[in-house]
Design a protein around this ligand. Structure first.
Ligand code: ADP
Ligand code: MG
Length: 345
């Protein structure tokens, strides 16, 4: 029996958690959702199975997202989530040694938040915990040479936040985070459908609309899809047809907020790094960067080439996984991102 613990890399996101096992790659990609019994406090389901329960749970069951905006909002449930995923990923038994874990954390975290991620991972069964700043992991996972002096710009559009960062020499030179990302897009779509069509749709349906026919840049062919919701007035089920043209109108403004922030970050970046970025191009990562036309929109607004990374939703996990190669040289415990941020001014 092999009893060497496997090192693992984790992208602990608001929307999804990905687990990378050294030597194997990304072995798990699950929604960050847990379902529990309210009366007994017992954990019922984790990940995709728990997500299927969102919005349709019976009275005593609650399905929830223990991470909000990239940070832990429910400690106990995050521990349970991680515990289950560690077990699934490494198939550990009672006597297998505990893994060393690299976890990515958003650039905006406080020291307290860093510690809470570390504690949750330890409680969930990690032997030692190392943190990596999310944009560095995303850039690394996207295949950028982030260790050299040349500057790169990574825009990661996830569920809760969009994180924009200029990377150079294994560090973050400038960064910004805004709460306009996938969830916000979904919310705007649901609100629009209610106002314009008088139909109430759930979060999962709104997300589907975004993925199927969402766009943030003009497109030649119009597409449409039928969605089922509840008539706001009668309370009865109703099917309506939505077109990509109307969803484009809904998403224009939030997409513009993202490009405005990219421009603001470029304005704060030194001329040397901006010149590197204009040569290297802008890299898009994160699940929601796949919405149609995001690359085209950012390229048009900035005048800089923009490329969607391969496997954009797995980049951060790949990066955390790649960093396992130098885990012996990494600093264990808090890395004090907040202080680094303050020193950047
Ligand atoms: P996080 O890092 O916050 O966990 P992810 O990077 O996993 O988030 O991205 C999740 C977001 O990406 C969700 O809002 C989801 O709806 C969105 N998303 C996933 N696939 C697509 C797609 N093909 N088109 C548009 N949005 C997508
Ligand atoms: Mg992410």
């Amino acid at each position: 029996m092999c009893s060497i613990a496997k090192d693992i890399g984790i992208d602990l996101g608001t929307a999804s958690v990905l687990v990378y096992v050294k030597g194997k790659g990304v072995v798990l990609n699950e929604p960050s959702v847990v379902a529990m019994d309210k009366t007994t406090g017992k954990l019922l389901k984790v990940g995709a199975e728990a997500q299927a329960m969102l919005g349709r749970t019976p009275g005593n069951v609650v399905a929830m997202r223990p991470l909000q905006g990239g940070v832990i909002s429910d400690h106990e449930m995050t521990v349970r989530l991680l515990q289950t995923l560690f077990r699934k990923a490494t198939k550990t038994g009672l006597f297998t040694p505990k893994p060393r874990v690299v976890i990515s954390v958003p650039s905006g975290v406080s020291e307290v938040e860093e510690r809470s991620v570390i504690n949750a991972a330890i409680e969930a069964g990690a032997r030692r915990v190392f943190l990596i700043e999310e944009p560095l992991a995303a850039g690394l996972g996207a295949g950028l040479d982030i260790r050299g002096p040349s500057g790169h710009l990574v825009v990661d559009i996830g569920g809760g936040t969009t994180d924009i960062a200029v990377l150079s020499m294994n560090g973050v030179a400038v960064s910004s985070s805004l709460k306009v990302a996938g969830n916000y897009f979904d919310e705007m779509i649901a609100r629009y459908v209610r106002r314009q069509h008088g139909v109430v749709i759930g979060q999962v349906t709104a997300e589907n609309v975004k993925i199927q026919i969402g766009q943030v840049y003009p497109r030649d062919e119009e597409r449409s899809m039928n969605v089922k919701g509840r008539d706001f007035k009668t309370g009865m089920p109703k099917v309506i047809t939505l077109t990509s043209t109307e969803i484009f109108e809904v998403l224009r403004r939030p997409a513009r907020m993202i490009t405005d922030e990219v421009l603001a970050v470029l304005e704060q970046t030194s001329p040397e790094l901006v010149s590197d970025i204009s040569e290297n191009g802008i890299t898009l990562t994160g699940g929601c960067s796949q919405i149609w036309g995001m690359d085209l929109l950012i390229a048009e607004r900035t005048g800089i080439g923009c490329v969607l990374a391969d496997d954009p939703d797995a980049c951060t996990a790949y990066g955390a996984g790649k960093s396992l190669a130098w885990i012996n040289h990494m600093q264990e415990g808090p890395i004090n991102i907040a202080r680094k941020r303050a020193m950047r001014g």
